[in-house]
Design a binder for this molecule. Structure first.
Ligand code: FAD
Ligand code: NAD
Length: 405
């Protein structure tokens, strides 16, 4: 009998979880496993704010995919996915194509710009290793250029962060650590630098615990961050941004750097492939399959799972992507073995920890609130856990965070 071919698209948290679990659960004679990813490395998306601010080197946030897959069991293809042809059970890649019996789409998310004018051209996003490198280099360039202009432009030293969600806040935390270093390195007066966070909602970290939000806001303000709450970015220009409070109050903020951290959507490959989605995210069935497609699973940022308690989608996180990956590996193993029972997905929320820089954080872990160095320690533990879940002790020792205080 022909072995079924299982193809996994994306080697992020979700995809690598599926690949590493399947290489353990299935024998070489049971199935062919194929993993496709555009780079030959995996990056820790959850550490990209550090690489973007320049507090961690881009190399620290990534590792070779071949270090965690069993080469005898998984055929790794480095290529970019262009389209999925579900009726032909075929994936079109930039440099070829691959057929499948079971497909797992784990391509992650993309930045959502909500059609705001100028953002794509004039703002950076914290999306991958290359975009992180670009932000870091761009900020350094602003500092390096400052003293070399005949007419000094202080706005060159203004950094605007769009969105005070978890990404925006974590990036601000890193910036507050990095800016004093840059000031020293480039002989720039610290008081000339402005870090402005613009948030459309009436509060920072909308929906999160107000006591923890107040802690985070005051810690960041103490380090120089200015918050513009209830203020939306309306446009990005070569000079900075246009913001608005309500319909009438419009203001220009001149800035040398604008980082847009105000939302994610599913991968554009989903919509390009004609798969029904909301903002690129597929509302999957309880087994994490696309409704009407028994051979097609979607996990991670490109999937949408409803939290029945509040009737709203779970936020896209690495935590949920990894749990989905574990479940999909189990379900595919069952399908390959022609077992009838498939498991249904239930998210086990272990909590949220949001870093505020090197030694500070806020979080709710197993229902308990934590702040300061204790929360920061927990954040590093969470980061190390993701490495351990995918690459075991070896990867954790090689890439983990062990500088706690
Ligand atoms: P990803 O991990 O993003 O992986 C997608 C993979 O697909 C990548 O390897 C990419 O290169 C590849 N890919 C994309 N398109 C293509 C293509 N066309 N062809 C081939 N390959 C492709 N979540 C938490 O739970 N905790 C946190 O602390 C946390 N911190 C975060 C901090 C930041 C700065 C950001 C931006 C996000 C954070 N998140 C956090 C959210 C979390 O990172 C995402 O939810 C998670 O990465 C989603 O996992 P995924 O497997 O869906 O996709
Ligand atoms: P988000 O959608 O959670 O937050 C985006 C923020 O931008 C919101 O507060 C929104 O009100 C604001 N916004 C939207 N449009 C705006 C505009 N025009 N002007 C100004 N502000 C605007 O996005 P995110 O922070 O990138 O997070 C994405 C996902 O990743 C979330 O699910 C989050 O939970 C997860 N994440 C988790 C962690 C963590 O657990 N530590 C860290 C980072 C990201």
């Amino acid at each position: 009998m022909r072995k079924p071919k299982i193809v996994i698209l994306g080697a992020g948290y979700g995809g690598l979880m599926v690949a590493t679990r399947l290489q353990k659960s299935l024998g070489v004679n049971e199935a062919d496993l194929v993993l496709v990813n555009k780079n030959d490395y995996h990056y820790e998306t959850t550490w990209l704010h550090e690489a973007s601010a320049g507090t961690l080197s881009p190399d620290r946030v990534r590792y070779d995919i071949r270090d965690v897959i069993d080469k005898n069991k998984v055929d790794f293809i480095q290529d970019s996915v262009v389209e999925i042809k579900t009726s032909e059970k075929m994936v079109i890649l930039e440099n070829g194509e691959v057929s499948y019996d079971y497909l797992v789409v784990a391509l992650g998310g993309e930045s959502e710009t909500f059609g705001i004018q100028g953002l794509k051209e004039h703002a950076f996003t914290i999306s991958n290793v290359n975009s992180a490198r670009q932000i870091r280099e761009h900020i350094e360039l602003q500092f390096a250029t400052y003293h070399n202009e005949t007419v000094k432009r202080d706005e060159r030293l203004t950094i605007v962060v769009g969105g005070a969600g978890f990404t925006g806040i974590e990036f601000l935390g890193e910036l507050t650590n990095r800016i004093p270093e840059l000031c020293k390195e480039f002989d720039v007066d610290f008081h000339k630098v402005r870090i402005i966070c613009v948030e459309a909602a009436p509060m920072v970290l909308p929906g999160f615990d107000p006591e923890l939000v107040s802690y985070a806001t005051s810690q960041l303000e103490k380090k120089g961050v200015e918050f513009r709450i209830g203020t939306a970015i309306k446009e990005a220009t070569p000079e900075g941004i246009i913001v608005g409070k309500g319909e009438e109050e419009v203001e220009e903020i001149k800035a040398g750097t604008v980082v847009w951290a105000a939302g994610v959507r599913g991968n554009s490959v989903i919509e390009k492939s004609g798969i029904e989605a909301m903002r690129g995210r597929v509302k999957v069935d309880p087994n994490l399959r696309v409704p009407g497609h028994e051979d097609l699973f979607v996990i991670g940022d490109s999937s949408l799972v409803i939290n029945e308690e509040i009737n709203r989608p779970y936020p896209p996180t690495a935590q949920i992507a990894m749990q989905q990956g574990e479940l999909v590996a189990k379900n595919i193993t069952a399908l390959v073995r022609q077992q009838e029972h498939l498991d249904t997905f239930h998210f086990d929320n272990k909590g949220t920890v949001c870093s505020l820089g090197e030694d500070d954080a806020i979080g709710v872990v197993f229902g308990k609130k934590v702040t300061g160095s204790k929360a920061s320690f927990m954040k590093k533990m969470v980061d190390n856990r993701a490495l351990f879940m995918i690459g075991g002790v070896g990867l954790t020792l090689k890439k983990g965070k062990f500088k706690f205080f």
